[in-house]
Design a protein around this ligand. Structure first.
Ligand SMILES: NC(=O)c1ccc[n+]([C@@H]2O[C@H](COP(=O)([O-])OP(=O)(O)OC[C@H]3O[C@@H](n4cnc5c(N)ncnc54)[C@H](O)[C@@H]3O)[C@@H](O)[C@H]2O)c1
Length: 286
């Protein structure tokens, strides 16, 4: 799908990956609506991009609140007449543990990561379909839930795995209807953001997991190229690794492949999940 001149909405667009993708979308001539619950980062990003002459607006939104996401959709459609790319990207890494029966943190992870993605689909898709133009709806998952299982972060792993199922199901739904909309799943490698940092690189390595830090600007190129090629998997390929990341994701890519194969093997042979369970190690020095 061609993106120049089209309209994109990105949740969690105030910082990190959302900000990086929003910036590249704007540079490629898209009209961009950024949504974030953090007004400070949202305003700063919108001001920065507007200052560079881009057509960008911001709407403060908590994606866990369906009314708020419906309001976001109203603003986007009222402003631009259509939305071509909806990037459900807002996410939270926090969550509860198995030791604590207080559901507050679990509900937040479920509300933001799963329901937030669903809210985006339900609030935007009917009008995107009615406008009968080519479009894209993405969900942001994570290797933590879908390439092996990061068992020490159960709320994150479980909710991100659910996002993958949601987007696979949406793909099937759209395919069956011969829709002009595409569904896609973004698998960010560890990326510099509010969630990804050199500290996380060290934690992963301490847990025996290969890690390198990608930049949001690098990952944004994977998203744009994926949309241009109508890809479902927005996950850097070895070729994109060479072109956009200087080849530093090679070891990670191989490790992810092994995790997926180990999981498939365990399911087929009905053996315990040990081979594909992983965890970041403790903070260095703790
Ligand atoms: N950075 C990584 O290494 C990495 C890896 C895999 C997946 N992800 C996923 O990528 C997405 C983007 O995260 P990031 O790494 O850019 O982190 P980030 O913290 O820099 O950005 C996330 C943004 O989402 C916003 N947000 C959080 N909850 C929200 C809510 N309920 N409603 C609206 N906005 C909300 C935050 O304010 C923030 O601006 C997340 O879904 C995350 O789970 C990140």
């Amino acid at each position: 799908m061609e993106i120049a001149g089209k309209v994109a909405v990105i949740t969690g667009g105030g910082s990190g990956i959302g900000r990086g993708v929003g910036t590249l979308f704007a540079e490629r001539g898209m009209k961009v609506v950024l949504a974030d619950m953090n007004a400070e980062v949202l305003d700063a990003t919108v001001a920065d991009l507007q200052g560079k002459g881009h057509e960008v607006i911001g709407v403060r939104t908590d994606v866990a609140d369906f009314d708020a996401v419906q309001h976001l959709a109203e603003v986007a459609f009222d402003t631009h007449g259509n939305v071509h790319v909806l990037m459900n990207n807002a996410g939270t890494g926090g969550g509860g543990t198995f030791d604590d029966a207080d559901m507050t943190q679990w509900r937040r992870a479920i509300g933001v990561n799963i329901e937030g993605t669903l809210h985006g689909i339900l609030a935007f898709m009917p009008r995107m379909i009615a406008n009968d133009e080519e479009g894209y709806i993405t969900g942001t998952t994570s290797g933590s839930g879908a390439q092996g299982t990061m068992y020490s972060g159960a709320p994150y792993a479980a909710t991100k795995n659910a996002v993958l199922s949601l987007m696979e199901s949406l793909y099937g739904y759209l395919r069956e209807r011969g829709s002009k909309l595409h569904a896609a799943c973004l698998f960010p490698p560890l990326t510099r953001s509010g969630m990804g940092s050199p500290i996380v690189v060290d934690m992963l390595k301490a847990g025996g997991v290969p890690a390198a830090l990608a930049e949001p600007e690098e990952l944004a190129q994977v998203v744009v190229e994926g949309i241009e090629n109508n890809a479902f998997w927005l996950n850097p390929t070895p070729d994109q690794d060479e072109r956009f990341f200087g080849g530093r994701l090679k070891e990670i890519h191989e490790w992810q492949g092994e995790m997926i194969m180990k999981k498939a093997r365990a399911m087929i042979e009905q053996t315990p999940p040990d081979p594909y369970l992983w965890s970041p190690g403790p903070y260095p020095g703790s």
